[in-house]
Design a protein around this ligand. Structure first.
Ligand SMILES: Nc1ncnc2c1ncn2[C@@H]1O[C@H](COP(=O)(O)OP(=O)(O)OP(=O)(O)O)[C@@H](O)[C@H]1O
Length: 901
């Protein structure tokens, strides 16, 4: 394009300023890199041996941060240049860089700093500096520095000023070089050609860039709405909603990058984060966790995290599927392990939930949680009743004190009950020890008697036990649990005399207890069998009643030796009882077809949430956190290790409200920093959150922000996406295309009544067409309906495309492999959150039959992965649900679509 003479001069001045600034900054950064190395060696050499290891560690950290910043600046001296004017009419030019440190003496500031917002503001906007000065944006340039052998350049620079723009300049260097050429050349042909090159170098508006590889595109400067969101304070519960391609994930990563750097936190936040770091023993930069729905998305985002300088992202981006199992199995003992802990066996395929549970998970959870709280309180009250009826006045007094505390317990306020119970702990503990000593002495007394009569008694018992172990592999679940809390003995010995002693004590206790409670022991249980074997080699009947009574008191009193632990650890077992009761009542569960120990993943979410919230509610109280080492609260300590300063969730609408609440409960209660993004129309799970009400249930103070500029898709594909939402009855959203960008593309292509070789030939033709149009093969994906189709489709395409040396990769199980090729075949279930220049969707009519519940969502998510080229194939006719979209499609990209030519 041609600019006016004034504007041309202006742009040239800008170009000169920019390239000189790049040179200055990069040289200064390089010089610093040389200096920094020797400086650290000096400092460290000067450190005497008394300086603590942590000081040296800190120095090393600072040193490596500095080095990383200088390295970044030497490669990328700036990403934006902004000219502002203050109230007095004074002008100033700022340069902004990507990393966390700029070079203030050269006028380069980090984009992450508050004033970095200038880079995102449109011309004419006002910005108030922290010192109160108002700045008015006059001119803005977005830069992409490139170091060439002949010097610095900036590619596809976007310049915007009050008088002109935005314009895109392919090469700032070429702009300046051509000017010089104009003056010296005498050659008219040369001048004409040069003029044309100059014109081609400057383009009106902003160009869409082609996606050339698999991975989130680099977008160094955000738009003003995204920018505002990523800068919001750390201690917020934020949710960004927006249609596909509006930059939700981009904003999330940018926010994480900024918030991990304590220099950009607010003062209060910095202090809090420092103190959490000290108590938790984990640096703020490591204290985060992000959830994504698929492994593939995690791979896809890897490079974007690296660009942000976020360390070890691999370890901290997790799928809920994996993390849930880890928490439930290794941390909270909900799932069974080989060492004997845990209650349940997780079964993905178990069919035990009814439609109500699936449709109203939050009510289901609330029902369970209210039930389990009241059962806990009721059982504790029952225990105090037993204590109040004991023979000893000491026990009776304790019983009535505990009873009056529980009297005041309302279901919602267990924390104050626990606090009140805490004062009684030492007395309860002393009582239990005293009683236990006495009853143990009695039992050991009879044992000694037996040993005096027969020294081989324990060995004989051990042999009997070995026999029992072989015949009886598992004990019945429920009966044993009732008494299992008898002793909190860690790892009871399993064989030999020690095991025999243990078994003897337990069996005699069980016998005494049942005598006192006037119950009979089950003859078929392990204990029943041992008691039978013992015959009269046990307590006398009179002793049995007395010891039994004491044991019953002990059991009741033990409920109060560590009530918090009892409450939290008892949740899985309470869940099992809840399930049985509700199942009998016909609520939430199917009548039969599953075993008591099986648990569905969505049930496991429920149990985990009850545990996490129970612990989190207590820990969030300042007095609890302060006294976390005291016996009353110390059982909560392990939870601290699971808290993170920041929790992030990408594609939040794929997670159920219960899952989101679990993730939220992992956020440190002092900060409660949660950042999630998603889009209800893109929900690809049957259990995912469906409405803002679901999300408000998770956090009543969720601050929901909407963004609406759709950057990914061409105008044609945007229109198709919107029409699709209307056709399938999704929620219509406000969406607009970026201003000044030529978003015109091509109509999507449709192939009907085709299968097998015909489809492969059509795909191959379209792929070749794209390569011709673009001049290179951009990032291209082919979606198929199942894992089994991935390899055959890739193989068939490879055969056809071999003559043009186009390699097609089969991405099995959602694994993206290698960078060497740009055409990949995926099972459609893995494609959430990704973006490609071209997308083909094979046999979408079969998708309708495969996933009737989610067909429209898969179709919508699949088609919105494409930036420019979209091709759909059907084995039969286009599915009826989207027949109305037919007018949007062409057959290929050579012939224009009817009505749009
Ligand atoms: N401010 C911006 N200017 C230009 N392009 C942008 C901007 N923000 C994001 N993009 C680009 O838009 C594309 C989509 O971004 P991103 O994947 O973050 O969107 P999303 O909202 O998470 O999408 P989806 O809902 O499909 O997961 C990316 O190529 C990204 O680089």
């Amino acid at each position: 394009m041609a600019l006016t003479a004034d504007s041309k001069q202006h742009v040239e001045d800008v170009a000169e300023d920019v390239l000189a600034q790049f040179e200055r900054t990069a040289s200064a950064a390089k010089a610093k890199l040389g200096e920094a190395a020797s400086l650290t060696t000096d400092v460290l050499a000067g450190v005497n041996t008394l300086t603590s290891g942590s000081t040296i560690q800190r120095l090393r950290e600072i040193d490596s941060q500095n080095r990383a910043s200088y390295e970044l600046l030497s490669r990328e001296p700036a990403i934006a240049r902004v000219v502002v004017e203050d109230e007095e009419g004074e002008r100033q030019t700022y340069y902004f860089c990507r990393g966390d440190q700029g070079m203030a003496n050269l006028g380069v500031i980090s984009y992450r700093a508050p004033i970095g917002r200038l880079a995102s503001l449109p011309i004419g906007e006002e910005f108030r500096r922290p010192d109160g000065r108002e700045l008015h944006v006059l001119e803005r340039t977005q830069l992409r520095p490139a170091a060439l052998p002949e010097g610095w350049d900036s590619r596809d620079t976007i310049v915007e000023a009050e008088a002109f723009g935005p314009i895109t300049i392919e090469s700032l260097r070429a702009l300046l070089t051509k000017i010089a050429g104009e003056e010296v050349t005498e050659d008219i042909l040369g001048q004409l050609l040069a003029e044309e090159t100059v014109k081609a170098n400057v383009i009106e508006g902003v160009r869409r860039s082609v996606i050339t590889k698999m991975g989130l595109r680099d977008q160094p400067v955000l738009d003003q709405y995204q920018d505002e969101i990523f800068r919001l304070p750390l201690d917020k519960r934020l949710l960004i909603l927006g249609p596909p391609g509006t930059g939700k994930t981009t904003t999330l990563i940018r926010r994480l990058g900024q918030k991990l750097d304590t220099a950009f936190l607010e003062e209060g936040e910095q202090r809090l984060v420092d103190s959490l770091g000290t108590t938790q023993g984990v640096a703020h930069s490591d204290s985060w966790l992000m959830f994504t729905p698929t492994e593939l998305l995690k791979q896809y985002l890897k490079e974007a995290f690296a660009r942000e300088g976020v360390p070890a992202s691999d370890l901290r981006i997790r799928t809920w599927h994996d993390y849930r199992r880890e928490l439930a199995r290794n941390a909270f003992g909900v799932l069974r392990t080989a060492t004997g802990g845990g209650t349940f066996v997780l079964k993905d395929g178990v069919r035990n939930l009814n439609a109500e549970a699936l449709a109203r998970p939050t009510e289901w959870y609330s029902d369970f949680d209210a039930w389990q709280r009241s059962v806990y309180v009721q059982e504790s009250r029952d225990a105090t009743v037993l204590l109040s009826q004991a023979a000893s006045t000491e026990v009776r007094d304790l019983g009535s004190r505990l009873a009056s505390i529980l009297e005041r317990a309302s279901d919602g306020a267990l924390a104050s009950t626990f606090a009140a119970l805490a004062a009684e702990l030492p007395k309860v503990q002393a009582l239990v020890s005293k009683l236990k000593e006495a009853s143990d002495a009695k039992i050991k007394g009879v044992l000694n008697l037996q040993l005096n009569r027969n020294r081989a008694f324990l060995d004989e018992l051990a042999r009997f036990l070995d026999g029992l172990q072989q015949t009886q592999v598992t004990d019945t679940d429920e009966a044993d649990d009732l008494d299992a809390d008898e002793e909190e003995e860690a790892a009871a010995p399993r064989t030999g005399r020690a095991a025999a002693l243990n078994a003897y004590m337990q069996a005699v206790r069980a016998q005494a207890r049942s005598a006192a409670a006037k119950r009979t022991l089950s003859k078929t249980s392990r204990t029943g069998k041992i008691v039978e074997w013992l015959g009269d080699r046990t307590l006398t009947e009179a002793d049995r009643a007395e010891v039994g009574a004491s044991l019953l008191v002990q059991t009741s009193a033990r409920r109060f030796t560590n009530p918090v632990k009892r409450y939290v650890d008892g949740i899985p077992k309470r869940y099992r009882t809840f399930r049985r009761q509700r199942q009998e009542g016909g609520a939430w569960y199917l009548k039969d077809g599953f075993e008591a120990r099986d648990i569905h993943p969505l049930e496991l979410d429920l149990v985990l949430l009850a545990i996490l919230r129970a612990a989190g509610d207590l820990i969030s109280r300042p007095n609890v956190l302060r006294d976390i080492d005291s016996p009353a609260w110390s059982s909560l300590q392990p939870f601290l290790g699971h808290f993170r300063n920041q929790i992030l969730v990408d594609e939040a609408t794929d997670f159920s409200p219960i899952q989101l609440a679990c993730m939220g409960a992992l956020a440190h209660p002092r900060l409660r920093s949660i950042f999630a993004c998603g889009d209800f129309n893109q929900r690809l799970t049957t259990w995912g959150a469906r409405s803002t009400d679901d999300l408000k249930w998770v956090f009543p103070d969720f601050d929901i922000k909407e963004i609406a500029v759709s950057y990914r898709q061409s105008k044609q594909l945007n229109e198709l996406a919107r029409a699709m939402i209307r056709a399938v009855g999704g929620t219509e959203q406000h969406v607009s295309l970026p201003a000044h960008v030529d978003s015109n593309g091509v109509a999507p292509a449709l192939l009907e009544y085709a299968a097998g070789e015909d489809v492969v030939a059509w795909l191959a033709d379209r792929i070749r067409e794209i390569e011709r149009f673009v001049g290179q093969l951009p990032s291209t994906a082919i979606f198929v309906n199942s894992e089994a189709e991935v390899a055959p489709v890739a193989d068939a395409l490879n055969t056809v495309l071999a003559e043009h040396n186009i390699q097609v990769i089969a991405c099995r199980e959602g694994q993206a492999v290698g960078q060497e090729s740009n055409v990949r075949v995926f099972d459609v279930q893995h494609i959430k959150g990704l973006e490609f220049e071209a997308v083909f969707f094979v046999a979408i009519d079969r998708l309708a039959a495969l996933h009737p519940e989610l067909f429209d969502k898969y179709l919508y998510v699949g088609t919105t992965r494409a930036a420019t080229y979209l091709g759909l194939t059907c084995e039969g006719a286009m599915p009826a649900a989207i027949e109305s979209l037919r007018t949007h499609f062409g057959q290929d990209w050579r012939t224009p679509v009817a009505g749009t030519a």
